[in-house]
Design a protein around this ligand. Structure first.
Ligand code: ADP
Ligand code: MG
Length: 332
């Protein structure tokens, strides 16, 4: 349904072109949940914003690739067409709902605005739909809540409102960009469960963006691991957890608290203690494998030649010269 091919989104900064997304490709099937994981600064949000055509320009620009949704070329749409598409075909929820909600408008009105933008409804129908949407995202006393302002709601309730807005017009694709990061752990689990339930109920395809592999295990069918603007691994969730190939993915997993893997339990966001170093500046990437400076296995080839992105097992792709566990088919 959604096909992204060789997407390149750069920011033109004083220190040169910052390659936030550098040739990323993936496909998303109807009703599927695809997770995009990676540390902060790896290009996950910019990938999402590119799909929505919301990359701030300047300094950002989509300089290459294609995005098509049910055969429609998203990069070829004019401003009116893309506005009509947002919310109706593809919508997005962000990490911090407070900054995305209008503080001086009741939440009911904000949901109503989205509905009115895409549908012709009488006032009574609109009112009914708003309340139904608030109930759908399990906000108690929906009719009353509809008349309240964002600051009157808790963080979790605000995120529910954002989900209601995003799902108001029953989009084909919902992008959830770190949707629970700003919330406390119990609320995180509830919001995630809500997204999964609604997706099943409505058949929406979801792109779940997170730095937390624990969330991925609970929700997604397929995972893309991004590092420094590129895709370094992709697999079905089970295959990725059973047999992570890229050393970066292995590092992400090693830093995952064991308990977080258990279904139904929210993972805490622990730092990546097992991967030394940080994501390199995206304006000045090393010539070989971008992860080499942080990788315990890196050798001369890794430092001089970018690894080919290859299918190493059925449906399991990785860009790594020395994939797999240290005692398995790896080289050491
Ligand atoms: P992630 O979501 O994986 O944490 P992002 O996609 O937000 O990372 O960012 C990828 C890179 O793009 C980062 O290096 C970030 O600094 C850069 N970037 C994002 N937005 C802008 C912007 N508006 N101007 C300049 N650089 C940006
Ligand atoms: Mg982000």
């Amino acid at each position: 349904m959604l096909e992204v091919n060789g997407l390149k989104t750069y920011f033109f900064t004083r220190s040169g072109a910052l390659k936030a997304v550098d040739g990323v490709s993936f496909a998303l099937a109807r009703g599927e949940t695809l997770a995009i994981v990676g540390e902060s600064g790896c290009g996950k949000s910019v990938t999402a914003l590119s799909l929505m055509r919301l990359v701030p320009d300047p300094p950002g620009r989509i300089v290459g690739g294609s995005i098509s949704l049910d055969g429609i070329d998203i990069l070829g749409l004019d401003d009116d067409e893309i506005r009509a598409m947002r919310g109706r075909d593809i919508s997005m929820i962000f990490q911090e709902p407070m900054t995305s909600l209008n503080p001086v408008m009741t939440v009911g009105r904000q949901i109503g605005e989205v509905l009115r933008l895409h549908q012709t409804l009488t006032k009574a129908e609109l009112q009914r739909k708003v309340v139904a949407l608030l109930s759908l995202v399990r906000i108690p006393e929906a009719a009353q809540r509809a008349r309240e302002y964002p600051h009157q709601l808790s963080g979790g309730m605000r995120q529910r409102v954002m989900i209601a807005i995003a799902l108001a017009c029953n989009p084909k694709v919902l992008i959830a960009d770190e949707p629970t990061t700003a919330l406390d752990v119990t609320v995180q689990a509830q919001i995630l469960e809500l997204i999964v339930d609604l997706q099943k109920k409505l058949g929406t395809a979801v792109i779940l963006i997170t730095h937390d592999l624990g969330l991925v295990a609970q929700t997604a069918q397929r995972v893309i691991v991004m590092y420094a603007g590129r895709k370094v691994e992709e697999a079905a969730v089970d295959a990725l957890f059973a047999d992570p190939l890229h050393q970066y993915t292995r590092g992400l997993m090693a830093s995952l608290p064991r308990l977080g893997l258990l279904r139904g339990e929210a993972a805490s966001s622990k730092r990546l203690q097992d991967i030394p170093g940080i994501v390199p500046p995206l304006t000045n990437l090393p010539i070989g494998c971008v992860f080499a400076p942080r990788c315990a296995r890196a050798d001369d080839r890794c430092r001089s030649e970018y690894p080919a992105y290859e299918e190493k097992g059925p449906g399991h792709w990785a860009a790594c010269w020395h994939p797999g566990p240290s005692n398995g088919r790896g080289h050491d």
